[in-house]
Each structure stands twice: as structure tokens, then as C-alpha cells.
Design a protein around this ligand. Structure first.
Ligand code: ZN
Length: 341
């Protein structure tokens, strides 16, 4: 105790109580009503390969980014097993630099779409079942589930998203092992990220409010097919693919109602994002680019999602916004805790 350095402590008179006249206080309260501090809105999407982010829901990301939502892309694999699918890029030296090029391509696609951040989970792609790539122990499908979940948990805790987007359990149309794995890893990470006892080294627990699945849209594919026929052009849907498209069953009565996001005005990022993957996507591909851009962009400006998990009420099934009730805090945690806790 005692004064240090020879200085004597000045005695200050007792502080008078702070007085605010009541009418003034009421006026301030009216003008600046107290609100819960709203943290940054954030969405995190999990995709299997570089280019999946451009074919599955990119316009949704563009729209939310334009609205000020923070956007994070997690890409699980490096796409090393991809061939050079654009003949114009099949040049000497390109195959050798493929991993590096695919990183550059993804960075460009992410920029075009409106992702603020790209996180690589660091796995090799697995190739289709029975392929040699699928036997590589470094591939995503063979990685220990616990390890892959831990890496995603770290990304989730860093980005603190209210909304996560991954793939659904049903990948019948394209049963790629990496796509199936995205589902398993994302569902597990949605739970684990919220549990402080799991992966404590991966940062403070964070509980995303909702997990949605983005899927292949039969409606969009049918609209594309019909537009080709209407314009008298050969449809890219033929043979078995056409058969499957035409037989795609209507949504079963007990299926969850989809959440349909209006992406009118943002659809061009799908085309531009795909074009950024220049070793993978042939700009002459009739499947992706067979319609004039101005027609393709207007054709089906809706992205469809299925609710997979929810910690809030209302759950977020149906409707037209993945963030419904999360912007203004009207959605509450099912356990009674505010969704922003
Ligand atoms: Zn993929």
C-alpha cells in the first residue's frame, strides 16, 4: 500500500451519482431502443471437390453475400484425380501442375461467386468406386471419420455459421464416395462443433442453428431439357440420363418441404464459376453451356434445399430463406436458449 514513487495519492471527492433526467432517458430509449447485439450472419457450405461449389447452390451464396452475410467455403478434396476435361487446356505441363491449377481455379470461382473465405480440408479425392484412386489411404472416403470431422469442426468454430449447407444422404443420381462422405462428416460436425468436450483443441464450441442439404434439382434439369427442345437444339439429357430425369418421382407426400431460395439476378455465377474451372469444364459443353447465357440465367432462378438438422424453432423447413428467424432473433433454440447464445 502507500503512495509509490513519493507521490501522494490525491483524494478525490466522492463521485456524484450520475443523474439523467427521466424525460431525456425515455427519449433516448425511444430513439436508441436496446437490441440484442446481432453477431455477423454467417453461412458455411461443405463441398466435395473443386467445382462442386459452382454447380450446387452458387447463386444462393452470391445473394447472401450481397446481403452482407459472411460466406465460407469448405472444400474437402484437392481434385488431384480430376482429368483435364477441357480439350483446350490439355497442354504440355498442365497435368503435372494440376493440383496447383485447381487451387487457382477454385480461388477464382470462389471470388466470382462471392465466398469470403476458402478452407481446404486437405484430402485427396477418392475417384469412383473400384478406381485405383479409391484405394489411396490419403483419399477422403478412406480417411478416418473422426479426423475429417475434427478438421471440419475447426472450420465451423472459426467461421461461426448460423447456417451450414452440405449434401443429403441420398446421392443415388451420382453416388460418388466423396459426396457421400460429405454428408457423413457434415452431420457429425454439426453435432460435434457444439460440444465443448469434443475436439477441445479445435476452438471454442459453436452450435450452428441449421444444417441444410443442397441437391440436384429435377425441376431445374427438366426446365433445361424442355428449353433445349423448345429451341430445336439437341438436349444434353439423353439415353439413361433422360430416362432417369423423366422418371424422377414427384416429391413423396411425407418428404420435408423444401426451402426454395429466390436467386433471380444471381444465377450468372453458376456459369461464371464453372468457367473458372478451366481444366475441368469444357466451355463448349452442351450440358453446361448449350443454351444462350441470357436464356440459361433466367431459366430457373430458384435454389432448393432440404432441412437436415435444426436447433431452433421455427426449424427452417420450407419457406424461402435459410436464415428465416435468425436475422431478427425471432427463432429460438429448441432447448430454450436464444439462438445467438
Ligand atoms: Zn464432386
Amino acid at each position: 500500500m502507500g503512495a509509490r514513487g513519493g507521490h501522494r495519492r490525491r483524494r478525490l471527492p466522492p463521485h456524484p451519482p450520475h443523474r439523467v433526467r427521466e424525460p431525456l432517458r425515455a427519449g433516448l430509449a425511444r430513439r436508441f431502443p436496446y437490441r440484442e447485439p446481432v453477431p455477423e450472419l454467417s453461412i458455411l457450405t461443405v463441398h466435395a471437390h473443386p467445382d462442386d461449389e459452382s454447380s450446387k447452390g452458387p447463386a444462393t451464396i452470391a445473394r447472401y453475400h450481397a446481403e452482407g452475410v459472411r460466406t465460407t467455403l469448405v472444400t474437402c478434396t484437392g481434385g488431384e484425380e480430376g482429368d483435364i476435361l477441357n480439350p483446350a487446356m490439355d497442354l504440355p505441363g498442365v497435368k503435372e501442375r494440376l493440383p496447383e491449377l485447381r487451387r487457382e481455379e477454385l480461388a477464382e470461382a470462389a471470388r466470382v461467386i462471392g465466398y469470403d473465405e476458402v478452407v481446404w480440408l486437405g484430402y485427396r479425392d477418392s475417384g469412383m468406386p473400384e478406381s485405383p484412386a479409391n484405394a489411396d489411404p490419403r483419399c477422403f472416403a478412406r480417411a478416418p471419420l473422426e479426423e475429417a470431422v475434427g478438421r471440419l469442426v475447426a472450420a465451423v468454430r472459426a467461421a461461426r455459421p448460423q447456417v451450414m449447407v452440405a449434401y443429403g444422404p441420398d446421392q443415388k443420381g451420382y453416388p460418388h464416395p466423396d459426396h457421400l462422405r460429405v454428408h457423413d462428416v457434415a452431420v457429425e460436425a454439426f453435432d460435434a462443433a457444439a460440444d465443448p468436450d469434443r475436439y477441445p483443441e479445435a476452438g471454442p464450441a459453436w452450435a450452428p442453428d441449421r444444417l441444410y442439404y443442397v441437391g440436384w434439382s429435377a425441376g431445374r434439369s427438366r426446365a433445361i431439357h424442355e428449353k433445349f427442345l423448345e429451341l430445336g437444339r439437341p438436349s444434353p439429357f439423353e439415353g439413361e440420363r433422360l430416362e432417369r430425369l423423366l422418371q424422377a418421382p414427384e416429391r413423396p407426400a411425407d418428404a420435408p418441404e423444401p426451402t426454395v431460395v429466390d436467386v433471380h439476378g444471381f444465377t450468372a455465377v453458376r456459369r461464371l464459376g464453372l468457367l473458372a474451372h478451366r481444366t475441368q469444364v469444357d466451355p463448349e459443353s452442351p450440358h453446361w453451356f448449350g443454351l444462350p447465357p441470357e436464356i440459361a440465367d433466367e431459366l430457373y432462378p430458384l435454389d432448393e434445399y432440404e432441412l437436415g438438422r435444426s436447433r431452433v424453432t421455427p426449424s427452417g423447413e420450407g419457406g424461402d430463406d435459410l436464415f428465416a428467424g435468425l436475422r431478427d432473433g425471432t427463432a429460438v433454440r429448441a432447448d430454450g436458449v436464444g439462438s445467438r447464445a
